[in-house]
Design a protein around this ligand. Structure first.
Ligand SMILES: [Zn+2]
Ligand SMILES: [Zn+2]
Ligand SMILES: [Zn+2]
Length: 420
């Protein structure tokens, strides 16, 4: 993600800020242009300091401190491009739920930032009741979890308890996972959604099977087997995570999530002008100038070439602070090949939808690559007012504590990549 600055006073700000900590001006995110706009009030609405038009207003969810995105003042919907996809929000009469939902929305808005920057097609249930993307955030008793995080035909369900650090960490430990975050859940589940549309519905099933395996094998039985027996001992040679071994759909969603992890974190590194040049080694695989826009990378290999030096540096920084590795994964060549498939279908989707090539830059590209204007204006429609019937998510509940323990990333990445 880019580093934003206050357009009034130049103070650096976070993506989530709704006012400048230095000069106090109101801030809001304009997803169409990728600006965190400084705002001046005009009547009941605002104008962006740098644009003067159109008149804008905040998404309705600013009332819950759950969103700082802007919409055109004359737009019919009360909700922004990201919040328009909410199907059911949590019961806010329960006091703890507001904070949990706000954590969900922080992660969800960061997801949408990347989906927009990658020009992925975004349809909500009102635009397209059959193929729209929607989110439910239900909650259950943390002692006996019955709400399953998962995806079913466009409806993504994330158990609101996952926003509770202690709950999530307990699950992470019991499942032997090296990494479990809200943002990771969003990136994984949306991978299932885009498999439906960029693979199954786009005539790419054969190609996908050649890379990820045949998804026609029984999904429920495959997950049951995974939770009973765990991943095969040599899984790291071919998969990004133990869970990815469960079924080709999970392999795709896990790899998709990592593609988004890498693109977004590389953009953050690039926007800070990071250069990785370790003095201890001349090994070129550990050196990188992170000065390109990862949303427009030529290939998955180009991303990985920059990613390995960055994660080696970041893992070492974390260890210096007594934390576990920031990126506790290894990228084998078969995993990079899977990422290349995902890279290709994302970029093919941009071409197929005839995205305009013009880039509206607010920063010099080499310093702070930003999201392009989405090729299609987000639809100006109201979200559904009547809740749709509940649909059960398809993933199984967290399994018993039988997954193999995580294998720490103990060796420098160039060894794992075979380039050392
Ligand atoms: Zn300011
Ligand atoms: Zn919103
Ligand atoms: Zn999944």
């Amino acid at each position: 993600m880019r580093l934003f600055k206050c357009q009034a006073c130049e103070q650096a700000t976070y993506f989530e800020n709704r006012s400048c900590g230095s000069c106090g001006v109101a801030l809001g995110y304009l997803p169409i242009t990728g600006e965190l706009a400084a705002l001046e009030p005009q009547g009941d609405h605002f104008v962006a300091l740098t644009r003067k038009r159109p008149l804008v207003r905040y998404c309705e969810n600013i009332g819950f401190d759950a969103c700082n995105w802007l919409i055109a003042a004359d737009q019919g919907s009360k909700f922004c491009l990201a919040c328009r996809h909410n199907h059911t929000i949590p019961d806010l009469s329960i006091s703890e739920n507001l904070f949990r939902w706000q954590q969900m929305e922080i992660a969800k808005h960061r997801l949408f930032y990347t989906l927009i920057a990658l020009k992925l097609p975004l349809r909500n249930l009102t635009d397209d009741p059959e193929h729209g993307l929607a989110f439910d955030f239900p909650i259950d008793d943390p002692e006996q979890s019955t709400i399953l995080t998962g995806h079913d035909a466009g409806l993504i369900t994330i158990n609101l308890n996952e926003a509770d650090d202690a709950y999530r960490e307990k699950l992470r430990n019991s499942m032997g996972e090296p990494y479990r975050t809200l943002l990771g859940h969003f990136r994984h589940e949306v991978g299932h959604y885009f498999w439906d549309h960029l693979v199954r519905d786009a005539g790419r099933l054969q190609k996908c099977r050649a890379v990820f395996g045949d998804e026609r094998q029984d999904y429920a039985a495959a997950l049951e087997r995974h939770y009973a027996r765990g991943a095969p001992p040599d899984w790291q040679g071919n998969f990004i995570s133990a869970y990815a071994t469960a079924h080709p759909w999970e392999d795709f969603a896990e790899t998709w999530a990592h593609y988004l992890h890498i693109v977004d974190t590389l953009e953050t590194a690039s926007t800070f002008g990071l250069r990785i040049h370790p003095m201890a080694t001349k090994n070129k695989a550990l050196h990188a100038d992170l000065d390109f826009d990862p949303h427009h990378a030529a290939s998955a290999n180009a991303l990985v070439d920059a990613w390995l030096p960055l994660t080696f540096a970041l893992n070492n920084l974390n260890r210096s602070m007594g934390y576990s590795d920031l990126y506790p994964f290894t990228l084998s060549q078969p995993v990079v090949t899977k990422m290349q498939f995902i890279h290709e279908i994302i970029h093919a989707s941009q071409i197929e939808r005839k995205a305009p090539g013009r880039r509206r830059g607010f920063f010099r590209r080499s310093q702070a690559p930003g999201p392009d204007i989405p090729p299609e204006q987000p639809p100006i429609v109201e979200p559904p007012t009547d809740p749709l019937p509940d649909r059960p998510p398809v993933e199984l509940p967290p399994g018993p504590d039988e997954s193999p323990p995580p294998i720490p990333n103990e060796v420098p990445p160039q060894v794992q990549m075979g380039v050392g």
